[in-house]
Design a binder for this molecule. Sequence first.
Ligand code: MET
Length: 402
Amino acid sequence: MKEQKTNFETAIVHAGYDSREHHDSLTVPLYQTSTFTFGTAEEGERRFAGDSCGNIYSRLGNPTVRVLEERMAELEHGEGALAFGSGMAAVSAVLIHLTKAGDHVLCSRGVYGCTFGLLEMMEEKYNITHDLVSMKTEEEIEKHIRPETVCIYVETPINPTMEIVNLQAAAAVAERHGLKMVVDNTFCSPYLQNPLLLGADFVLHSATKYLNGHGDVIAGVLIGRDKPEMENLRMTVQKDVGGIISPFDAWLILRGLKTLPVRMDRHTDNAERVLEFLKEHKAVQTIYYPLDEENVQVETARQQMRRGGGLISFEIEGGRKEAQVFMNALSLIKIAVSLGDAETLIQHPATMTHAVVPEEQRSAMGISDSLLRLSVGLEHADDILRDLDQAFKQLKTDLQQA
Ligand code: MET
């Protein structure tokens, strides 16, 4: 694995870019072009044959996108990275790369609803089966491995229950059985957690979230520990399936990325204030936050995460109706799926991000009808708390009147 040459905060501003190669432009230029010209027919032939390294066509590579990929590889301590048009394009690319008909994927007990949908589709159409299991210890993981298992796929913290997967335990099992391990690191960003350093083979992100951080891009990134394997993935799955990112979106992410450490620290500071507030509130039944002292998994979370991050899930007294009344009473906090933006967002997983998961499996994942997921933004913490407080008061009044 590549040793990080500079500190994280420096690499995130500079890695993968040399202004001398781009007319001395301080910032990464936007190469908003679909294709590149060849000086001669023979040069075109050489580029297609891989004998000359020039650009060909933006589905096969683009200079702006390449800076984002190299930067992400460095930040996640990988050897190569590919940027995609969405987080799900990154998820599907790595699963297409790792599996064939008849294989089995061992998956964490919970995953994002569309990842669950993709796994179900792969099972139905291609007989690539999967199991969703708790992954707190090696023993728990070990007992679900089958002869046809080819990879362990995890989210940690899990969307939206914030359950922690023990990455070192999962990596130990993967190594024993020669399996590839993939980690969705979207909730943490590379600033808070680096799964490749804990034994994973691939790490992926919905770059829509903290990486971009400004709510104006849909994108994904996949980082791997093996350079030839990542180049192979680029020239097979990514080229032929085609879920590439646009140069402009890559440029926007490069712009947003520079402030990631500053933003993540503020998101976490604000989330810690929200955590304390929710703990004091009678209408809140359960709270899920990785670095909450009362979390039974706090030790594992501490070992693999630098700080707790900006997401908090909580159950309020009641069910779906109460959850919806509470959300409708919010004013500053916006009702929206997505996370990692400057704006504080709230969503109801049972009817939104995880609505595609059948009810029985949703409860097995720990998603109840009263569960809400809050992505704590960058506003002043006092204003976020004031909005939550007035919504709880409103909920009480509405319920008394009903
Ligand atoms: C289309 S639903 C969700 C988007 C995003 N993955 C989230 O968890 O909020």
